[in-house]
Design a protein around this ligand. Structure first.
Ligand SMILES: Cc1cc2nc3c(=O)[nH]c(=O)nc-3n(C[C@H](O)[C@H](O)[C@H](O)COP(=O)(O)O)c2cc1C
Length: 181
């Protein structure tokens, strides 16, 4: 049997009970029959409460996962019209040449505002391009995320089902990329 391509979902919020991680799991659940999906929870890196050695260990783990993956999904909250500091710190600690180089990347942007995370996505796309990632054309901007999550567990409510065809577009783009279509 042919092995599935690896996709790493990087969840970019450091907040407890954050929505980015719920969205990351939602996407992972949707795409797990198409790809070998892993989630990197950005909270593993806690620069305010870890020793230098612990930080280096987390960053090395992150680099290894980014090296081993075939495709990348970055889930970012929109903070003040941009992506999160956590995503920037993680990506700034990749190697040169970068582990993202020539790999397909897409973005799930999470916000409470009605228009979603369009600024965060726009800024992060620009960063990905600078790092040699291949930005795929169908990022997903998720507005009013607080109405879509299940507040009691690591899940989304049924109201988030409308996202599934949008996740499907991302997956389709990745499959086309992997198969050279
Ligand atoms: C510092 C900060 C800035 C924010 N700025 C925006 C913003 O510019 N636009 C918006 O729609 N929501 C904004 N929000 C709301 C977040 O997008 C929302 O809380 C989202 O759930 C954050 O994702 P997280 O739960 O994964 O951290 C902001 C939240 C914080 C904490």
């Amino acid at each position: 049997m042919k092995s599935l391509k690896k996709v790493l979902v990087v969840s970019g919020s450091s907040r407890a009970n954050n929505n980015s991680l719920k969205v990351s799991h939602h996407f992972a659940k949707y795409s797990s029959e198409i790809f070998d999906v892993q989630i990197f929870d950005g909270r593993m890196l806690n620069i305010f409460d870890q020793s230098r050695d612990e930080i280096e260990t987390v960053l090395a783990t992150f680099r290894k996962k980014m090296h081993q993956t075939d495709g990348i999904i970055l889930t970012t909250p929109e903070y003040n019209g941009s992506y999160s500091y956590l995503i920037k710190i993680l990506l700034d600690h990749l190697s040169y040449p970068c582990e993202m180089k020539a790999k397909p990347c897409s973005i799930l942007g999470v916000a409470t505002g009605k228009i979603g995370a369009i600024k965060a996505i726009e800024h992060l796309q620009s960063l990905c391009l600078s790092m040699g990632g291949i930005c795929m054309p169908d990022p997903v901007s998720i507005g009013e995320v607080h109405h879509l999550v299940d507040k009691t567990k690591m899940d989304m409510s049924e109201k988030a089902d409308y996202l599934k065809p949008l996740y499907g577009k991302i997956c389709e783009g990745f499959v086309d990329f992997f198969t050279g279509r």
